[in-house]
Design a protein around this ligand. Sequence first.
Ligand code: SAH
Length: 282
Amino acid sequence: MKYVRCILELQPLQPATDIFIAALADLGFESFEETQKGLKAYIQEPEWDETAFLDIPYLNSELWKVNHRWEVVAPENWNAVWERDYTPITVREQCMVRAPFHPEPGGDIPYDIVISPKMSFGTGHHQTTRLMLDYLLDLPMADKSVLDVGTGTGVLAILCGMQGAKTITAIDIDPWSYENAMENARRNRQDMIEVLQGSMGCVSGREFDVVLANINKNALVELMPELASALTGGGSLIISGFYRNDLAHLKGVAASDGLDFCSCRESDSWTAANFSKKVGTA
Ligand code: SAH
């Protein structure tokens, strides 16, 4: 999968940087790198919409100056960037996510996840991945069936497997992620994870105790009816990939699909939320 990298020079840096991160996340940008001059933001090439980008009103603000350009990043470059910048992360001293070339952690970390990210999203470096891992650490997994929508590297599905979930299905529309999630599942001896390429259509009619979806606000809004109907009564939906300001909207959409809001967690304004499906709802 190729990416488009948008390079923004912002003067002054704040609050423009935060405002652009939020606006670009709404357009489907997946990752952001703050630089000395502004921001680099990445979006999958098929999602890139030049007109929508140029329509961002903040490009013409009187409060700051913006220079912008964009370029297509070949998968090889993307890969190199990940490998260069990839350091292990640890969530609550319980779960480490690291690359194959990092040393194993000492004995006190129960979940040691090895990820070779290639071109997929999900190394634990993004706040939303860490928020999802944080939620999973609190969830009893034994005997649970899990669906991971937008699995990326497979990192969330792999933790569920290590925590003893009964069955795990991981889906992603991106062919790179499909290949990469399968490879990482094997690498972490979680071969029981069923990896499928596609969106919710590939699990239609099936129900799960836990549904995970770390994608983006627009995709979550669009997929919410299908996410809700893929849950058993009493099951949990955990979502992320959106900002604090979008939580109210997502809560409303979830409520109209029969989901009760339980809690939310935040990191740098990125938010994750947990919903439960009413028992006896279709
Ligand atoms: N679950 C990982 C990766 C999240 S990135 C983590 O938490 O870190 C979001 C992923 O969702 C991307 O790999 C993207 O290809 C996938 N995606 C986007 N829209 C989707 C859809 N409608 N159905 C399935 N996957 C989708």
